[in-house]
Design a protein around this ligand. Sequence first.
Ligand code: AMP
Length: 216
Amino acid sequence: MPPMVLLGPPGAGKGTQGQMLAEELGIPQIATGDILRAAVKAGSELGQKAKSYMDAGDLVPDEIMVGIIRDRLQQPDAGEGYILDGFPRTVAQAEALDDMLAAIGQKLDHVVHIDVDNELLVKRLSGRVICRDCGATYHTRFNPPAKDRVCDLCGGELFQREDDQEKTVRSRLAVFQERTQPLVEYYRQQGIYRKVDGDQDPETVRARILQAIEGK
Ligand code: AMP
């Protein structure tokens, strides 16, 4: 199973879908946002460098991101395919990824773009809360936990990501439009681009993604 990329604006459901697909296909999900948040939490050098960009809703510089992916793809579990969630986010990152794969005789199999209306994204993200302990996600309106600010699954505390406040969400969407949207054309030219309507519930979107990658 060659590698695939989930492309989409913040809040499109890349994390949720990536997790479900990874389980279904038996391959790892590699989410650069998760890797960065873990580094920030650990207070590592990487975390210290990345934090100000993340809090502002800006992209972390390409050299840093490409270095992270280069290391991660060398881990043993990445040998049999993987799902990239949140990478690449710029054309420079996409080119670096193509070069890395070409060097080991591989290429991307699918790029699935989860497309969602901007106003729905703002609503989704500004109500999103996440469990500090197990990472489960909820929405204060669309998918609330049984008890306010407590995780249904593990009892952990729910928090709002710094960058999920409405003002930052709007600038993350603008960054997506400007820096990441050009990847649509980049991958369309390679003939591996598939667009899926992500406005629906997670199960429906999941079925559409599977259909898009199976019916290639
Ligand atoms: P995410 O969880 O994918 O929304 O990522 C959270 C934040 O991490 C983003 O807003 C960026 O600041 C940073 N980030 C994650 N992946 C990348 C990437 N591929 N390139 C640049 N910055 C990234």
